[in-house]
Design a binder for this molecule. Structure first.
Ligand code: BTN
Length: 239
């Protein structure tokens, strides 16, 4: 894919800039990357801490809305693929938190947009890369880490960006490398096999996480023995 990378210094959120570009009629494969975000967003309207040194990128793709859950898993997997080349084994907390041990190192926010010409997706990827752990805010939802901390050395965000875009392209649903996507995702997903509580827009669910289906939905077995398909939500291990 011929990515066209637009570099910015400070933005509100690269996803916001990308969505504006879609509305203005940009080309697919346009990528927005910023050195710092002042209103970086996570899933469910949460804040994404975005100090200088992190990698904040949004890739614009043509994608059907029904593919978005899978696209979001594929993007998380692409990050894991790249971290592996740096000697770091990351895991995934459903749907797309990239973790090293129990600490989050990267997150994905995929947003769908419908305009007259069809369906688009903005794939927002945030990586705590060349950042000191001390530079992350203390009031984050859960434990967080950075690549600089885990690797014990500086991280070159330019090389990281190039590698992430190549890995994302290889992992896109329907592409070569996309076929084993769900199998590989499941092998890395620490949520599977756990008793969990999931906060969703429709309420809270409890159960045992047993599977991820081909669409990327989490399959939960409830205490009543029912199998429930979960499309989105925030997972916590059940205490
Ligand atoms: C999450 O884990 O909740 C998702 C975090 C996604 C953060 C990235 S940083 C680049 C892009 N721009 C944003 O405002 N959010 C995403």
């Amino acid at each position: 894919m011929d990515w066209k990378v637009l570099r910015r210094d400070v933005v509100t959120s690269t996803n916001e800039v990308a969505k504006e570009l879609v509305a203005e009629g940009t080309e697919p494969a346009t990528v927005v990357v910023a050195a710092k975000q002042i209103a970086g967003r996570g899933r469910f309207g949460r804040r994404w801490a975005s100090p200088r040194g992190g990698l904040y990128v949004s890739a614009i793709l043509r994608e059907e809305l029904r593919q978005l859950p899978l696209l979001s898993l594929a993007s998380a997997l692409a990050v894991v693929d790249v971290l592996e080349t740096r000697g770091l084994q990351a895991t995934l907390k459903w749907p797309n938190d990239v973790q090293v041990g129990d600490a989050k190192v990267a997150g994905i926010l995929v947003e769908g947009i419908v305009v007259a010409e069809g369906y688009w997706a903005v794939v927002g990827i945030g990586i705590n890369s060349d950042v000191y752990v001390e530079d992350l805010p203390v009031d984050l939802e859960g434990p967080a880490t950075t690549l600089r901390h885990e690797l014990g050395r500086r991280v070159d965000n330019e090389t990281l960006l190039a590698d992430i875009l190549a890995a994302l392209e290889a992992r896109l649903p329907g592409r070569e490398g996309g076929a084993d996507l769900v199998a590989r995702y499941k092998a890395l997903c620490t949520t599977l096999g756990q008793d969990v509580t999931i906060r969703t827009a429709a309420g809270t669910l409890e159960g045992h996480a047993v599977d991820v289906d081909p669409q990327g939905f989490l399959i939960l077995e409830t205490p009543e023995g029912e199998r429930v398909e979960v499309a989105e939500g925030t997972v916590r291990p059940r205490s």
